[in-house]
Design a protein around this ligand. Structure first.
Ligand SMILES: C=C(O[C@@H]1C=C(C(=O)O)C=C[C@H]1O)C(=O)O
Length: 253
């Protein structure tokens, strides 16, 4: 949870936000490993489900998000739905904490981009071709992956907020001129990005090996560690930065 980032905006530090991102890496790696238990299972996506207007996957996403919305999931700014149309309202009493983020965060949802790269580019890199008939498990496992990745990317709101608060004099001129490129330069730390890619590759190797009592496993990984590094380098970090830029552009509204 975003406990560190949420209690009070004065408690928000870049170190704490980065710690939260590091913990989320574990979740993402484990969820990919879980999804890799099943082959691609294309009928989950390609066939219309019963009398529903879309696929089994779309049905699972819509129904799961409706339930989660009722129990307050989307009251957290970093939780953004994939199927936002006609979501039922939360039945949970809103928390009285003072808001940490600028209200603009609520208008930034880039889940369409996440959905697109996940199914069209990432999934074929780590799920083997084939069909074992486990479509329901496949769909919920996909949603688990999508939600973990989406939360990590939309956590960019907090990263941007803390960077802005730490150096408003640097960010304000670029925000006033709506200078996307300038903002992107200000918030990018290439050395941090290189460390993130190396660390997630190592996590995928450590978490995804077969554990045996007699030796150190067979050297095979459940998800190729270089795919996890690619996931971060090509999609997760660029999209986290996109969320940061979108948030900052509206930060003075
Ligand atoms: C998230 C941050 O902002 C940028 C994005 C990063 C990421 O998504 O991991 C890493 C470094 C920065 O270029 C950060 O500074 O920690």
């Amino acid at each position: 949870m975003a406990a560190a980032a949420k209690s009070n905006s004065d408690n928000l530090t870049l170190d704490k936000v980065r710690e939260a991102l590091i913990r989320q890496e574990d979740t993402i790696v484990f969820r990919l490993i879980q999804r890799a238990n099943f082959p691609v299972n294309s009928p989950t996506y390609d066939e219309k489900f019963a009398s529903f207007s879309g696929s089994l996957l779309q049905f699972v996403v819509k129904e799961t998000e409706a339930l989660q919305s009722k129990v307050g999931r989307y009251e957290n700014p970093e939780e953004q739905p994939f199927s936002p149309e006609n979501l039922p309202p939360s039945l949970v009493q809103p928390q009285a904490n003072p808001p940490v983020l600028h209200p603009a965060a609520a208008s930034i949802n880039i889940n369409e981009k996440i959905w697109d790269f996940y199914f069209n580019q990432l999934l074929p890199l780590f799920a083997v071709p084939g069909d074992d008939g486990n479509y329901a498990s496949t769909a919920s496992s996909d949603l688990d992956c999508l939600q973990a990745i989406s939360r990590r990317i939309h956590y960019g709101y907090y990263v941007a907020e803390v960077k802005f608060k730490d150096a408003p004099q640097d960010y304000e001129p670029a925000i006033r001129t709506q200078d996307r490129e300038g903002l992107m330069k200000l918030l990018t730390f290439e050395a941090v990005e290189e460390m993130v890619k190396k660390r997630v590759e190592k996590k995928a190797a450590v978490f995804g090996q077969d554990v045996c009592l007699v030796d150190n496993g067979n050297g095979k990984y459940k998800v190729d560690p270089s795919v996890v590094s690619q996931l971060y380098g090509e999609w997760i970090m660029p999209l986290t930065k996109l969320v940061q830029v979108e948030y900052l552009l509206r930060r003075l509204d």
